[in-house]
Design a protein around this ligand. Structure first.
Ligand SMILES: CCCCCCCCCCCCCC(=O)SCCNC(=O)CCNC(=O)[C@H](O)C(C)(C)COP(=O)(O)OP(=O)(O)OC[C@H]1O[C@@H](n2cnc3c(N)ncnc32)[C@H](O)[C@@H]1OP(=O)(O)O
Length: 209
């Protein structure tokens, strides 16, 4: 069992917008931190200011990341998600849409905070993005589930700082199992990473089980 409660408070529109704007500033801070060359004294002074700002935010603390009321699909509500969540400074965030053809698509750019090999995206970050997008494709098929397997094939390096596209689709459903596949492409449209995955709806979530 997780130590984080399942029940979540729902954010209103104004609070979601304000906290998303805060997360955007923290994302900028993370990149500025990785790239800064201000010197040790200035870095120490900024660290002290950030410590004070963190204490201000922690003065009112929730037990778990909040949700927003869902749109058409329940999967839209996790605003703290590390891939798509506007509220999460660790998320790029990747904005995804689900087409009437069941294909989940998104465009995103990854900054230097996601660097693996110099000037390229970390392979684990690509896998995380694909896990999310394939998982949403599985959910869009009507059978959401937990990732049971995820296989990635890194065809060529994925560049940082340029627009990337990602898409995925569920290929088949077998009872509680859903199979999905997808790709990340560079700005030239060539595939950099391919993935296939299998998601399983836990027995406890099966209606009337
Ligand atoms: C659910 C709601 C989610 C909402 C999502 C919204 C979209 C957001 C997108 C989010 C995206 C991000 C998502 C994330 O990040 S999810 C986080 C990463 N994934 C996990 O933490 C999953 C951990 N594992 C489990 O919870 C359980 O093991 C699961 C749920 C996977 C199965 O436990 P369950 O008790 O249900 O299984 P069972 O024992 O009755 O077996 C049933 C069948 O499955 C077969 N099998 C089992 N495991 C595996 C395996 N690993 N590989 C291959 N096969 C496996 C098994 O042989 C059997 O086959 P058969 O004998 O019937 O042929």
């Amino acid at each position: 069992m997780s130590g984080i409660p399942m029940e979540r408070p729902l954010l209103g529109e104004d609070e979601a917008a304000a906290l998303s704007a805060l997360a955007a500033r923290v994302r900028e801070l993370a990149e500025a931190t990785v790239l800064t060359a201000v010197g040790t004294a200035e870095a120490a002074a900024v660290a002290a200011e950030i410590e004070a700002l963190t204490a201000r935010l922690a003065a009112g603390r929730r037990d778990a990341p909040p949700f927003v009321p869902s749109g058409e699909r329940r999967m839209d509500r996790q605003i703290g998600n590390p891939v798509t969540g506007a509220l999460n400074p660790l998320a790029p965030p990747v904005e995804l849409t689900v087409g009437s053809d069941g294909i989940v698509r998104g465009e995103f750019t990854l900054s230097t905070v996601y660097e693996g090999p110099p000037s390229y995206v970390h392979g684990g970050v690509s896998a995380m993005v694909l896990d999310q997008v394939l998982g949403m494709a599985a959910a869009a098929s009507g059978t959401p589930g937990m990732t049971a397997t995820l296989e990635t094939r890194y065809r060529r390096p994925t560049p940082l700082g340029v627009p990337l596209s990602v898409e995925a689709k569920a290929s088949r459903v077998e009872g509680r199992k859903v199979y999905a596949s997808g790709t990340i492409c560079g700005p030239d449209g060539r595939v950099t990473v391919e993935a296939t995955a299998m998601f399983i709806m836990p027995q406890r979530f099966v209606p009337h089980s």
